[in-house]
Design a protein around this ligand. Structure first.
Ligand code: ATP
Length: 353
């Protein structure tokens, strides 16, 4: 399995270094033959090649079996004509990674203000309110006058259908409960279509219980009782916001792993951003990226029918659980280890598996 590694900006380089160390030790221990190839995107690529991402990089990613993308300073990349392309959007769009799966759960030793829960947000990733992926070229956000901006949201039947199917397939491996999150009381046509299609797809999964909530009410329900939910399917922006909330409710954004998956390709990526406030201080939690790497191995194992990768993903999850139980974690979740030391601890404990 060849994985392209892009460290990214902010806390990306330090958390990706630990994730690479984890992947190498898992590969050696379980004889998986994982090959890591490091590439650059974002600020470093902009300085070197005049663009945050390049066509050559895309070809390399397509030729590999998976991509690990570190967090990117997306806010800095404003003008595509100057090569400032949001790398995250670039890969999601170019590789058609339509399903962003963001699991969140509590851990017995991580303090939280909620009851134990275990859920997954399934976020549509290729359209919605994200102006940078809504049109063939250019951007669907327009400055009409100095004081008027129009941002277009795109919702299509095809994208609703495939994200709904991804959610119901996932629910079948979990607690068989799908919650549709929308704003159909205001966005009557677009979100109306989203709910209708999710329910139609759900008819093919008679064992799965379905309910739906308006996104604003959903925020209150998730804060009050996250244990009520299992698989949550929603459009792009709502999923982005909701999944930061669910990651934080689990104890820290640093626990928010995620996978961006399509039919052919997949990309592991932490749910959070580049956290420049803590970059370079050896305090960032690497678990979000490590858990994302586990999701990528699981995806590869399912796709290529190689159970050893699925087992490796489960073993990584268990090792993270163990480190959390032992308190060998970063300070955001109550420990006192640095980012690098968490990687060393992981390798030490994984050796016993
Ligand atoms: P960006 O502009 O790239 O989105 P941001 O700082 O605005 O970056 P996030 O990176 O999502 O947004 O992070 C919000 C806050 O959560 C950070 O300031 C940081 O304190 C905390 N945080 C995020 N990721 C981690 C992590 N892996 N470990 C510890 N704390 C984190």
């Amino acid at each position: 399995m060849k994985i392209i590694i892009i460290p990214g900006d902010g806390i990306g380089p330090e958390t990706m270094a630990v994730t690479s160390q984890v992947l190498e030790s898992v590969s050696n221990k379980l004889n998986l033959g994982i090959e890591l190839e490091q590439e650059t995107a974002g600020h470093i690529s902009l300085q070197k090649y005049g663009s945050t991402v390049t066509p050559t990089l895309l070809e390399k990613v397509k030729a590999a079996n998976g991509l690990m993308l570190g967090p990117m300073s997306t806010y800095d990349f404003k003008d595509e004509s100057k090569g400032e392309i949001n790398p995250s959007k670039f890969f999601r769009k170019e590789l058609d990674l339509f399903a962003n799966i963001r699991p969140a759960r509590t851990y017995p030793k991580v303090p939280t203000c909620v009851k134990p829960f275990d859920l997954a947000v399934v976020r549509e990733n290729t359209e919605g309110f994200y102006a940078d992926r809504n049109v063939e070229s250019g951007n669907s956000e327009m400055l009409i006058t100095q004081d008027v901006v129009i941002s277009l949201r795109r919702i299509t039947r095809q994208c609703c259908e495939r994200i709904a199917k991804a959610a119901f397939d996932l629910a079948m491996t979990r607690k068989k409960h799908v919650t549709i999150v929308h704003k159909a009381n205001v966005l009557k046509i677009g979100d109306g279509m989203f709910i209708d299609i999710c329910k139609q797809v759900g008819e093919h999964y008679p064992e799965v219980q379905i309910d739906d909530f308006i996104v604003d009410a959903m925020m209150a329900h998730v804060v009050r009782a996250p244990e009520r939910f299992d698989t949550i399917v929603t459009t792009n922006m709502f999923g982005d916001i909701l999944s930061d909330l669910t990651a934080e409710l689990s104890g820290s954004l640093g626990l928010g792993g995620s996978l961006n998956a399509g039919e052919q390709y997949a990309m592991g990526q932490a749910a959070h951003g580049s956290a420049p406030d803590i970059a370079g201080k050896d305090i960032a939690n690497p678990f979000s990226l490590i858990l994302s790497a586990a999701m990528l191995l699981n995806w590869h194992g399912q796709k290529t029918r190689q159970p050893q990768f699925i087992k490796a993903a489960q073993a990584i999850d268990r090792c993270v659980d163990q480190l959390i139980d032992l308190g060998e974690v970063t300070r955001d979740i109550g420990g006192n280890l640095g980012t690098k030391a968490v990687g060393d601890s992981f390798v030490k404990h994984f050796a016993k598996y």
